[in-house]
Design a binder for this molecule. Structure first.
Ligand SMILES: NC(=O)c1ccc[n+]([C@@H]2O[C@H](COP(=O)([O-])OP(=O)(O)OC[C@H]3O[C@@H](n4cnc5c(N)ncnc54)[C@H](OP(=O)(O)O)[C@@H]3O)[C@@H](O)[C@H]2O)c1
Length: 240
């Protein structure tokens, strides 16, 4: 258990599902006061039923720069902000419609930029972004995801310098295939095939559970010496 979270205010954007939800759960269990945020009120309400009592929720779309700015101005400073939310279309560069590719960048990169621009975090606090192993190990069927994740990591490193005078640390956690609803788009059979292929390839012999990634997120968020780091938690994916 992470005693550095006791009594801390933690915001998890993307906390209504997958990695974000696991982060919210683990933080709440460690005594943090947690707010989850995402676009869909229904998803947030459903997540609140699964999360510890006392977790709060807010509707927020990180692609809307003005809404992000307003959200943070209306709130007291946070101790830790985690951005684990995004949604991007996957496909080869040659065939993925340009509008969808641009929407992916808008969602994940510009969403992170908007949060970096407006988040009000107290001295000693942190901002943690979630990138992805394709930044290190490109996947020819998901080139865009690698480019977006590399951009997110570049943004993180620059923000770590920019926000240092305010006493705020900025890091990224980079997962490989993780068993979250993100993969539901493949259908049941497609998801099972993808997970089986990854289990076969990864040195650890399994794919990640959301809590594997949540542990890394809370580790960098609370480690007072961690800033500008990308923590790869990928089961050895980048090596395989
Ligand atoms: N799962 C993997 O295998 C994997 C691998 C590498 C990297 N990642 C990265 O890890 C992060 C979390 O993924 P996940 O697997 O946990 O996905 P997920 O289960 O699909 O959850 C995504 C979360 O993000 C929220 N969200 C999406 N767009 C948003 C927006 N514009 N503003 C605010 N919230 C938004 C969603 O809620 P709403 O729909 O309500 O907004 C949801 O809560 C993503 O950045 C993903 O790219 C995942």
């Amino acid at each position: 258990m992470n005693d550095l979270l006791e009594g801390r205010r933690l915001l998890v954007i993307g906390g209504s599902s997958g990695i974000g939800e696991a982060t919210a759960r683990r933080a709440a269990q460690a005594g943090a006061t947690v707010t989850i945020a995402s676009r869909s009120r229904d998803k947030l309400e459903a997540a609140l039923q699964r999360l510890p009592a006392g977790t709060a929720a807010a509707v927020l779309d990180v692609t809307d720069a003005e809404a992000v700015a307003t959200f943070f101005v209306d709130q007291p400073h946070w101790d830790h902000v985690v951005l684990a939310g995004s949604s991007t279309q996957v496909g080869p560069v040659r065939t993925l419609p340009l509008a969808q590719a641009r929407a992916g960048m808008q969602n994940k990169f510009w969403g992170a930029y908007h949060v970096g621009r407006s988040a009000r975090i107290g001295a000693g606090g942190s901002l943690t972004l979630v990138s992805g192993v394709y930044a290190q190990r490109p996947n020819p069927a998901a080139v865009l995801q690698g480019a977006i994740n590399a951009a997110v990591e570049g943004l993180m490193r620059g923000l770590a310098l920019e926000l240092a005078p305010e006493g705020v640390r900025v890091n990224a956690v980079s997962p490989s295939t993780t068993a979250t609803p993100l993969w539901d788009r493949l259908g049941e059979a497609g998801r099972a095939a993808r997970f089986a292929e990854m289990r076969e390839r990864l040195p650890v012999g399994r794919i990640a559970e959301p809590d594997d990634i949540a542990r890394a997120i809370l580790f960098v968020a609370t480690n007072p010496f961690a800033t500008g780091s990308t923590v790869l938690v990928d089961g050895g994916d980048a090596l395989a």
